[in-house]
Design a protein around this ligand. Structure first.
Ligand code: DGL
Length: 257
């Protein structure tokens, strides 16, 4: 039985890294939908179909104990339907808007939520904003270009910085207290993003919260001495099914640890 981490591409590896640091002796399976990445610029119906097809692909060859949808976009459109369809636990992600708003409570500064265009358009995100105390303090910004950079293996450098500068240009960044990385691919660009932000701006993502929720649902305890554990047992799969994909995913995961 493996714990599955699913994403359209390499983004979910950042969530798997968080899980495998806390629980290095678990067995994992990482699945990337390399046939259909990026999800963020597709329709909701298309993404739902992609995710279902990938889960069926996994189930043809593996027994799973849970699936972590390590993708905010796929969670927005598919998590409710998947929970009705499958009996194993399905854990989703959502942009860390709530903790971000808490962090700016005293300063009164604004929060900037970055995500894919589809996540920001979805009802799930609207509902999340609707539940907050101060939704008018939140602005949003779609950054689909970062997904393309990550899939090409470009995580820093002049092109990334130029893209981010252009996207941030309409915002008066001094007025913000926190920026939310509401797409798992964006976590790879934390350093580049920090470089462009005033030092008081916090950069927040939902990875730790998702892993905490996974541990709660699966009743797993933080492993002692996890820092000295041997490398985690991870099987890599992709919808293209090529060896090149598996090598690329493994290499990308290693670059994170
Ligand atoms: N990693 C994804 C997310 O968290 C999706 C990126 C994409 O495929 O557009 O939203």
């Amino acid at each position: 039985m493996r714990i599955v981490f699913f994403d359209s591409g390499v983004g979910g590896l950042t969530v798997l890294r968080e899980a495998s640091r806390k629980l290095p002796s678990e067995s994992y399976l990482y699945y990337a939908d390399t046939l259909n990445v990026p999800y963020g610029t597709h329709t909701k119906e298309e993404v739902y179909g992609f995710v279902e097809e990938c889960i069926e692909d996994i189930l043809r060859s593996h027994e799973v104990s849970a699936i972590i949808i390590a993708c905010n976009t796929a969670t927005s459109v598919a998590v409710d339907g998947l929970r009705k369809r499958y009996s194993f636990p399905i854990i989703g992600m959502e942009p860390a808007v709530k903790p971000a708003l808490q962090s700016v409570r005293e300063s009164g500064r604004r929060v900037l939520v970055t995500a894919t265009p589809l996540t920001l358009k979805e009802d799930k995100f609207r509902r999340l904003l609707g539940k907050l105390e101060a939704p008018s303090q939140v602005d949003t910004l779609g950054l689909p270009g970062l997904v393309r950079f990550a899939e090409e293996g470009t995580f820093d450098g002049p092109d990334v910085l130029a893209y981010l500068r252009e996207q941030f240009a309409p915002f008066e960044l001094e007025r913000y207290g926190a920026i939310v990385l509401g797409c798992t691919h964006f976590v790879f660009f934390q350093e580049a993003i920090r470089e462009l932000l005033p030092p008081h701006v916090l950069v927040m993502d939902g990875n730790a919260g998702t892993v905490k929720q996974m541990m709660r649902v699966l009743e797993l305890e933080l492993e002692e001495d996890s820092a000295n554990a041997s490398p985690p047992d991870i099987v890599y799969m992709s919808s293209c099914g090529t060896k090149d994909d598996r090598i690329r995913l493994e290499h990308c995961f290693r670059s994170l640890t």
